[in-house]
Design a protein around this ligand. Structure first.
Ligand SMILES: [Cu+2]
Length: 305
């Protein structure tokens, strides 16, 4: 039997509690990004040419947050964001101008704490530091999108735990009047402590209404099941600390959402091929503990025409 070898970003999820741990070592922090040169918004790719059905197309203007990530010197990568954005329902875009997959994971800082403190925050994570959605992995030279309600406050945007990059901060200011809720979407995923409910997924680009109705942070991670593998094998694989052999998941074709805090909801776009997936949450509780897959947060999902 070959030793466990997991490639790509799946490995990152196996080795770190995704998105919920913060690197303890020093990270460069861009506290005051340069005034934004807001790129022209790129139209979302049509879902099979049916733009009218795209719920992300129905967004009130003036509530857009455009985040850019680009390669800096050497191995570093740097985020930039406008200094402020009006809160409420926000159309969040990640323009990935770097040469690797990057995410725009948002974090909210409550009270008088610095970003340096946040980046060094110990576990269990303090209550003043909240994970807050955003846009998950976006391919190089492409853009990703989500539609989410952002509460007023101070935020920063980073890549994943252990490899946050040079983060950018921004303020979300209170919206004028009542903020609308995100629109519905053809597909829906409800994440709770600790299970998923899934409906409406189709092959191709999906607009997904993802709601975390639990108290803990969750995400939705889709990994294609290897041919012949079943969900029981995936459960066993992740419950054994020294699993050997070929993982029952194909890490190359996996896609995922950002991590949402309890009570958050967003509409996001994910491309899914026809086939069988394991839908998994690799996040841990705010107070630490096992990854949620070990608490049963894993479903088999069939995506078919
Ligand atoms: Cu979870």
């Amino acid at each position: 039997m070959a030793k466990l070898k997991v490639s790509g970003h799946l490995a990152a999820h196996l080795l770190v509690a995704v998105g919920v741990g913060l690197s303890a070592c020093g990270q460069e922090v861009e506290v005051s990004p340069a005034p934004p040169k807001v790129p022209r918004p790129q139209p979302a790719p049509a879902a099979g040419g049916t733009v009218k059905r795209d719920p992300l197309a129905r967004v009130a203007p003036g509530s857009r947050l455009t985040i850019t990530v680009r390669d800096d010197d050497g191995e570093k990568f740097r985020y930039s964001a406008p200094r402020s954005v009006r809160g409420g329902l926000v159309d969040i875009r990640l323009l990935n101008k770097s040469t690797a997959r990057r995410k725009a994971q948002l974090w909210r800082i409550v009270g008088d704490h610095t970003i340096q403190e946040a980046l060094r925050a110990p576990r269990p994570r303090p209550a003043w530091l909240q994970i807050a959605g955003g846009v998950s992995y976006t391919l190089p030279r492409q853009s990703g999108r989500s539609l989410q309600v952002l509460q007023p406050g101070r935020y920063y945007v980073a890549n994943e735990a252990g490899d946050p990059g040079i983060v950018a901060s921004f303020m979300v200011i209170a919206p004028a009047g009542h903020a609308p809720e995100p629109p519905g979407a053809p597909a829906r995923i409800e994440a709770r402590d600790y299970s998923f409910r899934v409906s409406g997924l189709r092959p191709g680009r999906n607009s997904i209404d993802l709601e975390n109705v639990g108290a803990q942070p969750h995400h939705a991670f889709f990994a294609p099941l290897r041919k012949g593998a079943d969900i029981g094998q995936v459960r066993r694989f992740f419950s054994e600390t020294n699993s050997i052999g070929v993982p029952p998941l194909d890490s190359e074709g996996s896609v995922e959402s950002a991590v949402l805090t309890g009570g958050e909801r967003q509409v996001l776009e994910l491309d899914l091929r026809p086939g069988r997936y394991a839908l998994v949450c690799f996040v841990t509780n705010n107070g630490g503990g096992p990854q949620h897959i070990e608490l049963g947060m894993i479903n088999e999902v069939r995506v078919r025409r």
